[in-house]
Every structure is written in structure tokens, then in C-alpha cells.
Design a protein. Structure first.
Length: 277
């Protein structure tokens, strides 16, 4: 495959990819994104984070144009990053939310739910681990009951959160049943995520590409974890981070350096900017 056609869209995951291990953007990665923008390449952030965890990143990068977009909530929501208007979305149904409400009555992990602006804990006061996770995405968790959640629709995705051992036990007991109803992802040791059935980062990216009239062949997508698999496979050029598991590297077209070594900047320089020269 020739990679010199990857000249329209750079798509990057955040955690473990664009962000360093300390959750900051390195100067090299930030400059590479700005250089890509200056060269006429549009930039898309594609992340499991909610909107609250994406807006500060865009403010820090400081894009100059209005041609930047985000696919958030693991593909459930696409937004234009210049004004944060929603372009497309998929959401959990009312029946899904009632089912999840019943499930929370019998399990230890807490259930986080996400509308466009809030990090919601269903039926309980936020645990310390939920507060910690929310702080990473610049949010303060709020506790709501089922009726309040139903009134808050659309709810884009859910996330069971607890210590690793509790999530291990939860996954072993409930994953098979949940996978019949939802798209499920064990994205981190402390997180087990649920999305509307057949929704993932690739479906969100595909919806955005179709909205903008961009063929997949002109998209480079960079990621490092299980929730990036479909996105990497969908893109014209799928790039695995050097810190990604071997299973992710095996399905990608190429592998860049790690997030400790400015892997996003390396990929942009090698497969986008140099290809234009």
C-alpha cells in the first residue's frame, strides 16, 4: 500500500497516544499538529473521553482554523470543535437505561453515564475512584436517579468503574449478557465500558467522514488500546503506538514510537508531512 495519499485527515486517540503518560501534550506533538494544520491537513481527536475531557486539550493545542473535529464517547458523538456543536450521535435507549438501573442494584462497581456535558453516577454517591477518573477528564461527578437520567437523554455511553479486582469479577460474571445488548470494551483495568450495539470509534469516524465527504483512504488513525482497534482497521493508514500491546501492532499497517517518544509527531512527520513534499 502507498501511504502518500494520507493528506487530508489525521485522527488521533488521546490517552496513551497523543497524551504523554502524565496526561500532558508534549511540545513536539503539539507542534506537529499545528504543522499539519498549516499544511492543510485537518485534525480529528477520536477518544473515549466525554466532551469535558476534550475541550481543554483543544484549547491547549490552539488550532487556528475551524476545520477540526472530535469523535468522543468512544464513537457515540461527533462534534465540530470550533463551537462544540453536535454533528451526529448514537445513544443508549430508554430500555437500556432501565436495564442498567436494575443491574446496579446487584453489583459492586458504580455505573457512570454520560450526556453531552455531565459525568453522572447512577443511584449512588460517587466513589473516590470515580472522582479520580472524573478529574482526569475535567469533570465533577454528579449523582442522579433513574428518572433524572431519563430526563437527561440522550445518554451516549456507560462505564462501570471500580478497583481492578472488582471489575475482573464483574466482567467474568456479566460480560456475556451485556455483550448481547451492548458493544462492550475493557478499555482500562478499572473500567468496563458499554456503548449502543455496533457503535465504536470507527462508526463515529465513518459518520464524520461521510458528513465531510472524506474517503477513508485519506485518513490516518493513530491509537494504542482495545477501543482503537476498529478505528485503526477502518483508516486508510492505521498506526499503532509503540506502547500499544502486540495485538494492536499486529493489526495496524505501521507502528510509530511510544507516547513517551512523541509517537504522534513521528507519524505525522513520516506519513503526512514528508509525503506532501
Amino acid at each position: 500500500m502507498s501511504y502518500d495519499s494520507i493528506d487530508r485527515y489525521v485522527v488521533s486517540d488521546l490517552d496513551g497516544t497523543l497524551l504523554s503518560p502524565d496526561n500532558t501534550i508534549s511540545p513536539a506533538n503539539r507542534q506537529a499538529l499545528l504543522n499539519a494544520e498549516a499544511a492543510g491537513v485537518d485534525v480529528v481527536i477520536c477518544t473515549g473521553r466525554p466532551l469535558s475531557g476534550v475541550r481543554p486539550i483543544f484549547e491547549e493545542i490552539g488550532f487556528k482554523s475551524n476545520h477540526s473535529y472530535s469523535v468522543i464517547n468512544n464513537g457515540c458523538t461527533t462534534v465540530k470543535s470550533s463551537d462544540w456543536s453536535v454533528i451526529t450521535y448514537d445513544a443508549l435507549s430508554e430500555e437500556d437505561l432501565v436495564y442498567l438501573d436494575q443491574l446496579t442494584q446487584e453489583i459492586h462497581p458504580q455505573l457512570s453515564l454520560f450526556d453531552l456535558n455531565r459525568y453522572i453516577i447512577l443511584n449512588r454517591d460517587p466513589s473516590e475512584i470515580a472522582k479520580m477518573d472524573a478529574s482526569i477528564v475535567s469533570a465533577v461527578p454528579v449523582s442522579l436517579g433513574l428518572q433524572e437520567v431519563l430526563e437527561a437523554q440522550p445518554i451516549f455511553q456507560g462505564m462501570f468503574i471500580d478497583q481492578k479486582e472488582q471489575i475482573d469479577a464483574f466482567q467474568e460474571t456479566y460480560e456475556e449478557a451485556l455483550a448481547q445488548r451492548f458493544h462492550t470494551i475493557r478499555s482500562q483495568p478499572i473500567l468496563f465500558e458499554i456503548l449502543p450495539k455496533c457503535v465504536n470509534k470507527a462508526t463515529g469516524l465513518k459518520a464524520l467522514a461521510e458528513h465531510l465527504g472524506i474517503p477513508r483512504e485519506q485518513i490516518m488513525a493513530i491509537g494504542d488500546e482495545n477501543n482503537d482497534i476498529e478505528m485503526i482497521e477502518y483508516a486508510g493508514l492505521g498506526v499503532a503506538m509503540g506502547n500499544a500491546p502486540d495485538t494492536i501492532k499486529a493489526l495496524a499497517d505501521v507502528t510509530t514510537t511510544s507516547n513517551e517518544e512523541d509517537g504522534v509527531a513521528t507519524a505525522i512527520k513520516r506519513y503526512v508531512l514528508q509525503a506532501q513534499n
